[in-house]
Design a protein around this ligand. Structure first.
Ligand SMILES: C[S@@+](CC[C@H](N)C(=O)[O-])C[C@H]1O[C@@H](n2cnc3c(N)ncnc32)[C@H](O)[C@@H]1O
Length: 257
């Protein structure tokens, strides 16, 4: 086998936030299999490659994971340099682990190129330090996709001194907020919902935890990915500070960037 596969994290979407190694792999790639959340600007860095969307958000039903494995393996066996390009970091809720196991089982040489996960880039781009001395000694990243997965994790988190980051949690935001409030989180706990972070459509909502359920996704962002951050560190973001300044004016707890 002379081909190989690089499992590459594309970061938040802005090409400036790719790693140098990711750029080098894209420039050399002959085939790029990319996810729906990868931006056109990042794909443009692979001008010599055939590019295929294997993403989950296309109008077509998503490609089966096994089909993606088979495509990578077949192309590598034909001697191609393949890049499997994923949003954020490939190993953070990205099924990169399964792809690595499949490549290993097939004896295909591979490399993993980490990317900046939205679990840290979305807060950082909104000016939220997920740990901040005196406010949060740890942060937990959980998927909001299935209640059976997030419930036991969030049940173990004390209301203060910790930051909760939820990926894939837009649909469950009401249930997650209700659960945290039940567990003793203060209704005023600063909370952020960061939509399409790192893209030109980025939209930041900041408000108290008790208002998270009522947040309405702006028209035009209905399909945007969103990251939720709960904890006192959210209060350090410029949008939260503006909100504080505006409080008393009857200003809503919402700020678009
Ligand atoms: C299937 S997970 C993949 C996560 C990815 N591997 C990472 O490390 O960022 C997709 C989730 O990531 C989050 N996400 C991805 N891109 C985002 C963005 N631009 N802004 C905010 N959240 C984003 C959302 O919570 C979305 O539901």
């Amino acid at each position: 086998v002379s081909g190989r596969v690089a499992i590459v994290g594309a970061g938040p979407g802005d090409p400036e936030l790719l790693t140098l190694r990711a750029v080098r792999e894209l420039e050399r790639a002959e085939l790029v299999l990319y996810d729906a959340l990868v931006s056109p600007e990042v794909l443009a860095l692979a001008p010599n490659a055939q590019r295929f969307s294997v993403g989950k958000r296309a109008f077509r039903p998503s490609m089966r994971q096994e089909t993606i494995h088979a495509l990578m393996i077949r192309a590598a066996r034909r001697g191609k340099r393949v890049v499997r390009l994923k949003g954020g970091d490939p190993f953070v809720f990205g099924r990169g682990g399964e792809e690595v196991l499949a490549l290993r089982a097939a004896g295909i040489p591979y490399e993993v190129v980490p990317g900046i996960s939205s679990s840290v880039s979305a807060p950082a781009l909104a000016g939220i330090p997920v740990t901040h001395r005196g406010l949060a000694a740890a942060f937990t990243v959980v998927s909001g996709h299935a209640e059976a997965a997030w419930r036991p994790v969030l049940a173990g988190i004390a209301p203060r001194g910790h930051t909760v980051v939820v990926l894939m949690g837009l649909a469950a935001r009401g249930a997650i907020a209700a659960f945290l409030l039940e567990r003793g989180f203060a209704p005023t706990t600063p909370t952020a919902l960061l939509l399409a972070a790192g893209t030109p459509r980025a939209h930041t909502w900041i408000g108290p935890l008790e208002a998270l359920a009522g947040f309405e996704v702006p028209v035009g962002l209905a399909d945007a990915p969103g990251t939720i951050v709960v904890g006192d560190v959210v209060g350090l973001s410029p949008a939260a500070l503006r909100r504080e300044a505006a409080e008393g004016d009857g200003e809503a707890y919402a700020h678009a960037r």
